[in-house]
Design a protein around this ligand. Sequence first.
Ligand SMILES: Nc1ncnc2c1ncn2[C@@H]1O[C@H](COP(=O)(O)OP(=O)(O)OP(=O)(O)O)[C@@H](O)[C@H]1O
Ligand SMILES: [Mg+2]
Length: 414
Amino acid sequence: MLGQKILTLDLGTSSIRAALSFQKGDKHQFFIKTAPSRGIKNGNIINLASAREALSSALNGLKLEAPMALPNEAYVLVPGGCTLGYQVEASIEFPGIKTISHNDVNVVKNKAKDELLRIKGQTVKSYYEVIHVVPQEFIVDSVDGIQNPIGRSGRKLTMKAFIVLASRSHVKTLEDLLKELNLKLKGVVLQSYASSFGIRAQNSYFNNNLLLYMGAGNTEFMYFREDKPVLSKHLPFGSEDILEFLIKKLKVSRTEAERLYNEYGGAYAFNVNKEEVIHINYGSKTLKAPKILIAALVHLKLKEVFKDIKSMLDEEDPGFVENLSGVLLTGGLSKLKDIDTLAEKIFKAPAMVPPLSHPEVSDVSLSPIVGVTDYITSLSDKKKLSDIKEDLTKSYEKDGGFFATIWRFITDII
Ligand SMILES: Nc1ncnc2c1ncn2[C@@H]1O[C@H](COP(=O)(O)OP(=O)(O)OP(=O)(O)O)[C@@H](O)[C@H]1O
Ligand SMILES: [Mg+2]
C-alpha cells in the first residue's frame, strides 16, 4: 500500500526543486527534479514570470520521472528572511478539575497566538501570518514537560511554544505562482525548521544544539533546547556572497571565481599547504598565486558570518553559546571543505554535517525538501504535538483510553 503523496517545492537562490515523496512499506521514496533558479534572490521572488518558468521546468521533469500523477496541491519552503520567530506562553484555568480535551489545547493555542500578535502590534499583525505553532511543553497544574496534555486532568493548562510568522505578501505570491501552474498551496514550511527534520536520525534529541542551514543566498539558524526550537534567525548570506567576494578581491570573472571556489575553496585556510602554487586566469593572461589565498578569502568571509551569528545568539541569551553542545550544519554550503572545522573553532563546540534522515537521498542540500516529508509525517503523531497551527480535531482524543489514563497517572506520581 502506498501512503500519502507529498509534493514539495523549494524556490532556492541557486536551484528550484520539485519533489514527490510517498511511503512504500516502512520507507519513503523520493523523486526530486532540479532546475536552475531564476527570478529568485535571497529566497524572495523578484521576477514572477522567470520563477514560474523555472518551477514549471522542474515540475515537468518530475511529472516525467514520477511513477504516478502528482498531487494538485503542494507544500512550499519559505526562507528565514520572510519570517519571524518568537517564544510564547499562555495559560487557561478551569473552574474545577477537568480532563483536558483537544478543544482546551486549541483554546490555549489561540490565546498564545492572540497574545503574541497583541504584544507585537499592528504592523506585525497586518503583514505577517502564523505558519508554525510548535509546542515546547505543556504544563498541567505542577506537572511540566508534557508533550501532549489531552486526557490528563487538572485545573490549569499552560503551553509554552515557539511561533513562526511568515510575511503575508510572500505567501500570497507563492499562492499566485502555484495557481498559474494549476496547483494549490497546501502549506508553507520554514526552510531551517524543515531541514531540522531532514537531518534527524531516529531517536535524535536536539538539546543546546545550533542548526545552521547555509545555502546559496540564505543563512538560517535555529537553536534547540529540549528538542524544540527556541530561536530562529536569518542572515542574507550564502555561497553567492562568497563568489562575489572572490570576484571583488581577485578582480576575476564570475566563471573564474566559480572555478577557483570549486577547486581550491575551503573554510579553514590553516589546513592548506602554504607552498602550493595555483594559476589564476585573467582573460588571456595567467598569474601565479599561492593556493592558500583562495581558502584564506573564503575563511575570512565565513569567519565574519559565524561571528555575527555568535553575537546574535549572545544578544538573545548568553546561555545559548555558553551551553552549546553541538553545531549541525546543513544546506549546499555545508559541503564546503573544512566548514565544520571553522565552525568548531568559532563556536567552541563540536560541529558536524549530519547525513539526511532518509539515507537513499545523500545530497545534504536537499535536507529542507526531505525534511518537509518528515515534518508532515510528524503532524499525525499524537504522543507529541509537533505543530498545532491548525485547530486540533477530536481524533486526537482517540489515543489512549482507560489504561492510558491510568498509565499517565502512574507516570505523573513516580
Ligand atoms: N561541494 C561544495 N563545496 C562548496 N560549496 C558547494 C558545494 N556544493 C554546493 N555548494 C554551494 O551550495 C550552493 C547551493 O546550496 P543550496 O542548494 O542549499 O542553496 P539554495 O537552496 O539554492 O539557496 P537558498 O536556500 O540560500 O536560497 C551552490 O550555489 C554552491 O555554491
Ligand atoms: Mg535553500
